[in-house]
Design a protein around this ligand. Structure first.
Ligand SMILES: C[S@@+](CC[C@H](N)C(=O)[O-])C[C@H]1O[C@@H](n2cnc3c(N)ncnc32)[C@H](O)[C@@H]1O
Length: 246
């Protein structure tokens, strides 16, 4: 008999559980075990009802011995914070009902829950009233380095994470001041990011990755082969110096 510890979801507790960047085998044991014991499993879904986080956790959900109540939180694909906040308000209210009824709620989060994660906004809304716990997940940043088989940082190298939603000046400053740079949320910002890589002389240092860990994963190490047009939301750039410390 296995003596592996079992992590069980506790009544009335709200969990943020990271499921990693895309490969279902990168779901941690702890998140897998939480999914087995949760009363309610929740996740962000797009307007078509598809959820990246649920899809990553599909094998863990399929291994449950009993069906689980699922709560999909529809999130408009928009940068409008008013729309997003309304969706979080509504979701928090719905999850609150389950928590008040003494159910455990496990909120599945793509990557890590507290790294650019939607879970943060639900935590803000629920943490005053309920016990909340977070299980970390492997972030897309860590997964990108593994996919490239390149260290993110060595010795004295500096490292910064920015977003395609930052201004040109913020992107320029990151690219000029840091050795290693990850640019998240590259999707629609791709043409602007490519222009900044040219402008700062970092073109040769750039790598582009999309859908890391999924069947449609794409990695481009030579940016001359990347179309200068908007791309999918699940994409990022990893910029690493050609000359690295020995
Ligand atoms: C809202 S953030 C979520 C980050 C996530 N919590 C994490 O820990 O990686 C979404 C951004 O993460 C990046 N991302 C997440 N998963 C990815 C994947 N599998 N492949 C490429 N980029 C990914 C993309 O830049 C995307 O726009």
């Amino acid at each position: 008999m296995s003596d592996m510890p079992i992590y069980t979801a506790t009544a009335g507790t709200f969990y943020g559980a990271g499921v990693g960047p895309g490969d279902p085998l990168l779901v941690t044991m702890k998140t897998h075990q939480l999914i087995q014991s949760a009363d309610v499993v929740s996740y962000i879904a797009n307007t078509d009802g598809h959820s990246q986080a649920r899809d990553i956790a599909r094998y863990s959900l399929a291994q449950r011995s009993t069906p689980v109540e699922e709560v999909a939180v529809p999130m408009p694909m928009s940068t409008d914070r008013i729309l997003a906040n309304a969706a979080y308000d509504q979701a928090a209210e719905q999850l609150r009902q389950h928590l008040q009824a003494g159910q455990s709620v496990v909120f599945l989060c793509e990557g890590d829950p507290l790294f650019f994660g939607s879970f943060s906004y639900l935590l803000q809304r629920l943490s005053d009233d309920f016990n909340c716990l977070v299980v970390p997940g492997i972030s897309s940043v860590n997964a990108s380095a593994s996919a490239l088989q390149q260290p993110l940082t060595l010795l004295q190298e500096s490292f910064v994470v920015v977003s395609g939603r930052h201004t040109d000046e913020q992107l320029r400053s990151a690219l000029e001041q840091h050795d290693s740079v990850v640019i998240m949320k590259a999707g629609r910002a791709r043409p602007r990011i490519l222009a900044m890589l040219h402008a700062t002389g970092r073109w040769q240092d750039g790598n582009y990755l999309e859908y890391i860990g999924r069947d449609n994963q794409r990695i481009i190490n030579d940016l001359d082969n990347l179309a200068d047009e908007p791309g999918p939301y699940f994409s990022l750039f990893v910029i690493l110096r050609q000359e690295r410390p020995a």
